[in-house]
Write a protein that binds this ligand. Sequence first.
Ligand code: PMP
Length: 345
Amino acid sequence: MEQRNQVYNNVLDLVGNTPLVKLNRITSEFKGDFYAKVEAFNPGQSSKDRIALYIIEQAEKKGILSPGDTIIETTSGNTGFSIAMVSIIKGYDCVLAVSSKSSPDKIDMLKTMGAKVYVCPAHVSADDPRSYYEVAKRLHSEMKGSVYINQYFNQLNIDAHYYSTGPEIWKQTEGKITHLVACSGTGGTISGTAKYLKEQNPNIKVIGVDAFGSVIKKYHETREFDEKEIYPYRIEGLGKNLIPGATDFDVIDKFVKVTDEESAHTARELARTEGMLVGYTSGAAMQAIKQLEENGEFGENDKVVIIFPDHGARYMSKVYSDKWMSDQGFFDSINEAAENIQYIK
Ligand code: PMP
């Protein structure tokens, strides 16, 4: 195991090499062994540190970026945080167009990290001038010396995981991994990791996790972009209302859809059973595992790796707030919220 017993030059030296942690209780009744790749161990507490650092360093190598330049991105929060962090260390300005669906905590965090933030309406189509894609594009064209990361359509997003997450998992499982289960937003994580792993062993099964209200699963099955699939949902960072160019659909075997409500309860269950306070999409990925297990996907000898993309601290006003859960109608009874708290008067 890699020991963190040395001195690092700055936080960027800590990006990647995240631990693989065995799940014990939540999977105790399931066939096979289950391991979480816990991306919250990155210094920016999410998998997006990998792509921010990789894409910015590639731009530097190509001579596109020099200190003082501006980096622009659209983001639900995590990528923004990572880009802001890399920008601070490397001396760039950071401008972020975010969705109004992002939690206030995330937006405050980005501002704290020195980014300039534009909050754009969530429920408009991707080509609407107010969408965060269009706002970012406009800012990019208006600002001289700016670089637009464009994670949804940037091949380097896939490459970042091909060169880091994939090899790490292969090494950590000593080549014994049989299944990879990962949420798909931009698709960079699942595509790059899967591409590397399937090059080592084409029999590894790769399963993507999608949201109800997103077009991704249907597109994978039919290659049809069906607008009728689109409706608002609550999980941030998972699924999409467009087909991301950073998703390589050919390396993914199938998709599973999960609901907002079940994913929220499963995220809370991960905290209670495994002591892991991880993000909403980690709950979604774990929920997918439950559904797959119910359908007989796994055998006794399987070794299943699940990506947990970020830390739960970013969701305290959402999935880990009893009030929020109650407001969404996710609690069956008032008692469910009151179970673990007593007020002494
Ligand atoms: N979970 C969270 C919390 C995210 O922010 C993202 C990125 N949008 C994902 C999962 C999905 O990762 P990817 O974009 O690489 O598909």
